[in-house]
Design a protein around this ligand. Structure first.
Ligand SMILES: *[C@@H]1O[C@H](CO)[C@@H](O)[C@H](O)[C@H]1NC(C)=O
Ligand SMILES: *[C@@H]1O[C@H](CO)[C@@H](O)[C@H](O)[C@H]1NC(C)=O
Ligand SMILES: *[C@@H]1O[C@H](CO)[C@@H](O)[C@H](O)[C@H]1NC(C)=O
Ligand SMILES: *[C@@H]1O[C@H](CO)[C@@H](O)[C@H](O)[C@H]1NC(C)=O
Ligand SMILES: *[C@@H]1O[C@H](CO)[C@@H](O)[C@H](O)[C@H]1NC(C)=O
Ligand SMILES: *[C@@H]1O[C@H](CO)[C@@H](O)[C@H](O)[C@H]1NC(C)=O
Ligand SMILES: *[C@@H]1O[C@H](CO)[C@@H](O)[C@H](O)[C@H]1NC(C)=O
Length: 503
C-alpha cells in the first residue's frame, strides 16, 4: 500500500501520468480558477463557440501579439492573434479620462470567465468605465503556432507559455487600446482571480505605468518556495469540514484505512467498485481515494453561498442514507454532492480540455505549488516531494521545472518588509474557507496594498456576478469595500493629474 499512500494527499504531479494515461480527472487538486465546479463537472460547457458571436455589448478584437517579448532573435518576432473583448457601453470617454477596467485572463479560454465574472459589469456604470477582457496566451483563440495542439506539441513551442510573457502581452494590448482610443490619461484597473489574480498583482508591480491598481482575488502568491507551509491547502480543507461537522470530519479521517482494509480482502476491489458505483472496476484503492480527495478539496475551495458544498457533502455523510458503516456514509456524501444519476469514480473521461493540458504544463514549469499533507489533516499524510516532482515533470515535458523562479522574478519572501515602501494600489481579496487562501496575502502591507478577507468566503467569490437576492451581507460588504478603495485610488490619480497638469 506504499504506492497507494503516495497518491493519497496528492500533489499535482503525482498523478500526472494517471492523468494522461487513464484520463481520469479524479486526482487533481482543483485548479486555480474562479469558475470552480462548473469546469470540473462539465468542461464542455466552457469551450468557445467556433464563431465570434459578440455577446451583448461585448465586441471581440484580435491583437497581433509578439510571440517572445524578451529576445531579439528572429523567431521572437513571430506573431499570433490574441483575443480581447471590449464593452464601450458605460465608458465616460477619453476626454474625461474615464477609467478602464481590464480583466486579465487566466488558465482557460476567456469564454468561461465572461459567463461568471461580474465585478466589471456590476461596477463599470458607477465608474463610467470601459470594460476589457483579455484572453491568456495559449488558451482559447489566443494560441500561437496555428493551433493548440501545435502550440503544446514540443518543448520548443511550449517554451513561450509562461506568466512573464502573459503579462507582457497584457501590457502591449492595454497600451494599444489606450492609443487607439486616445485614452492616454485613462487610469487602468486590472482585475483577476486565482492565477489571474496573481497576474493582476504582479502586473501592477511590473507595469505601474500601465495599471494604476489591481484587484487580486484569491491570489495565492505566497504558495511558492515554501513561504507558506506545504500543508496549508489541506489544513484549510480539513478546517472547513471540521467546522461543518465534527462527526463528518471523523468519518472521513477513518475512511482511508477502511478503504484500504476492504481493498486488501479477497475480491475487495470489486466490492469497493460496486459500493461506490464506479464507472470502471477499480485497479487500486488509490483510484477511489484520489477521487474522494479531489472531491473534498473542490467542495472546500468553492465552499460558498448559496450551496456551501462542504455542508452538502457532510449532510450526506452524516445523514447516512445507505447505511451507518463508514463506507456507506462516505458514499452517501458522494451522492449528496455529485448526484445519483451516473457512475462517478473512474469515469473514462477523455481529458482534452485546454485548461487541464495547459495548466499541467504551467505547474510543471513555473507555477510549482508545493502542496502536500502533513499528519495533521483529515487526509493521509503525504508530504510534497520536490525531487520526484521535478523528475516527473522532466520526464513528461523534457525540461525541468523552476520552483524558485516565481519568487526570483516577482518576490514573495518577506512581502511586508519588501512592499511596505514599494508599490501601491493592490487589493488582495480572499475568502478564508478557500484552501488557497493559506497562500494569500491576509494582512495589510501598507495604506494602499491591502487585504480584504471574509471569514466565510470561498475562492474568487467577490469577483463573481452579484446576485442581490442571494448574496449574504458580508459578501456585499466586501465588494463595497473594494469599490471604495478603488474609487480612492482613482480620485487620488485625478488630483495628481490636475496638480501635475500633464494633459
Ligand atoms: C474630445 O475632445 C476633442 C478635443 O478637444 C474634441 O474634438 C472632441 O469632440 C471631444 N470628444 C467628445 C466625445 O467630447
Ligand atoms: C485497470 O487495469 C486494466 C489492465 O491493466 C486496464 O485495462 C484498465 O483500463 C484499468 N482500469 C482503469 C480504470 O484504469
Ligand atoms: C440512487 O439510485 C439507486 C438506483 O437507482 C437507488 O437504488 C438508490 O436508492 C438511489 N439513492 C438515493 C440516495 O437516491
Ligand atoms: C480523445 O479525444 C481526442 C480528440 O477528441 C481523440 O483524438 C483521441 O483519440 C481520444 N482518446 C481516447 C483515448 O479516447
Ligand atoms: C505528526 O508528526 C510530528 C512530526 O513528525 C510528530 O511529532 C507527531 O507526533 C505526529 N502526530 C501524529 C498525530 O501522528
Ligand atoms: C486592511 O485595510 C483595509 C482598508 O483600510 C481594511 O478595510 C481592512 O480591514 C484591513 N485588513 C486587515 C486584515 O487589517
Ligand atoms: C460564518 O459562518 C458560520 C457558520 O455558518 C457562522 O456561525 C458565523 O457567524 C459566520 N461568520 C461571519 C463573520 O459571517
Amino acid at each position: 500500500m506504499e504506492h497507494a499512500l503516495s497518491f493519497q494527499c496528492l500533489l499535482l504531479i503525482s498523478f500526472i501520468f494517471s492523468f494522461y494515461f487513464t484520463a481520469t480527472q479524479s486526482s487533481i487538486i482543483p485548479r486555480l480558477s474562479p469558475i470552480g465546479d462548473l469546469t470540473l463537472q462539465d468542461p464542455a460547457a466552457l469551450t468557445a463557440d467556433d464563431t465570434d458571436r459578440d455577446t451583448g455589448d461585448l465586441k471581440t478584437f484580435y491583437f497581433k501579439q509578439t510571440l517572445d517579448h524578451f529576445n531579439y532573435r528572429p523567431d521572437s518576432y513571430t506573431t499570433f492573434p490574441q483575443r480581447y473583448l471590449i464593452n464601450f457601453k458605460y465608458w465616460g470617454g477619453a476626454n474625461s479620462s474615464a477609467p478602464i477596467f481590464a480583466y486579465l485572463g487566466a488558465e482557460e479560454p476567456i469564454d468561461g470567465d465572461l459567463q461568471v465574472i461580474g465585478f466589471l459589469d456590476d461596477n463599470a456604470p458607477s465608474f463610467k468605465a470601459l470594460i476589457v477582457y483579455i484572453e491568456h496566451r495559449y488558451y482559447g483563440k489566443s494560441v500561437p503556432f496555428g493551433s493548440f495542439e501545435a502550440a503544446l506539441k514540443n518543448a520548443k513551442t511550449r517554451g513561450y507559455f509562461n506568466s512573464a510573457q502573459a503579462i507582457a502581452d497584457y501590457a502591449a494590448i492595454l497600451i494599444h487600446i489606450k492609443k487607439k482610443l486616445r485614452a492616454h490619461k485613462s487610469p487602468v484597473i486590472v482585475i483577476g482571480g486565482s492565477y489571474g489574480g496573481m497576474l493582476a498583482s504582479w502586473f501592477r508591480l511590473k507595469y505601474p505605468h500601465v495599471a494604476l491598481g489591481a484587484l487580486a482575488s484569491s491570489a495565492p502568491i505566497l504558495y511558492f518556495d515554501n513561504i507558506t507551509p506545504s500543508n496549508g491547502y489541506y489544513s484549510v480543507v480539513t478546517r472547513d469540514f471540521r467546522e461543518a461537522s465534527e462527526t463528518c470530519y471523523e468519518t472521513i479521517l477513518k475512511s482511508w484505512s477502511e478503504i484500504d482494509r476492504v481493498a486488501s480482502e479477497p475480491d475487495g476491489l470489486s466490492i469497493l467498485s460496486q459500493r461506490f458505483n464506479t464507472c470502471r472496476p477499480l485497479n487500486s484503492s488509490s483510484e477511489l481515494k484520489d477521487y474522494l480527495n479531489t472531491m473534498y478539496a473542490t467542495a472546500a475551495q468553492y465552499n460558498g453561498p448559496p450551496t456551501y458544498p462542504v455542508n452538502v457533502v457532510c449532510g450526506g455523510i452524516d445523514g447516512a442514507t445507505f447505511g451507518s458503516d463508514i463506507l456507506s456514509k462516505i458514499y452517501a456524501g458522494v451522492v449528496a454532492y455529485r448526484g445519483n444519476t451516473t457512475c462517478k469514480v473512474n469515469s473514462p473521461t477523455n481529458v482534452t480540455d485546454e485548461t487541464s493540458i495547459g495548466w499541467e504544463w504551467q505547474t510543471c514549469s513555473e507555477m510549482v505549488f508545493p502542496i502536500g499533507c502533513a499528519n495533521d489533516t483529515m487526509f493521509e499524510p503525504n508530504p510534497f516531494d520536490l525531487k520526484s516532482f521535478v523528475r516527473n515533470c522532466k520526464m513528461t515535458y523534457g525540461v525541468a521545472p523552476r520552483p524558485h523562479w516565481v519568487t526570483t522574478y516577482y518576490g514573495g519572501h518577506d512581502i511586508k518588509l519588501v512592499l511596505q515602501r514599494f508599490g501601491s494600489n493592490i487589493i488582495f481579496s480572499n475568502g478564508l474557507r478557500d484552501p488557497y487562501s493559506s497562500g494569500g496575502v491576509l494582512d495589510n502591507i501598507s495604506d494602499s496594498i491591502v487585504a480584504v478577507s471574509t471569514v466565510n468566503g470561498s475562492h474568487c467569490l467577490d469577483i463573481l456576478r452579484a446576485v442581490p437576492s442571494d448574496d449574504p451581507e458580508w459578501l456585499v460588504k466586501q465588494r463595497k469595500k473594494e469599490v471604495e478603495i478603488i474609487k480612492g485610488w482613482i480620485s487620488q490619480y485625478y488630483a495628481d493629474l490636475d496638480a501635475l497638469k500633464v494633459y
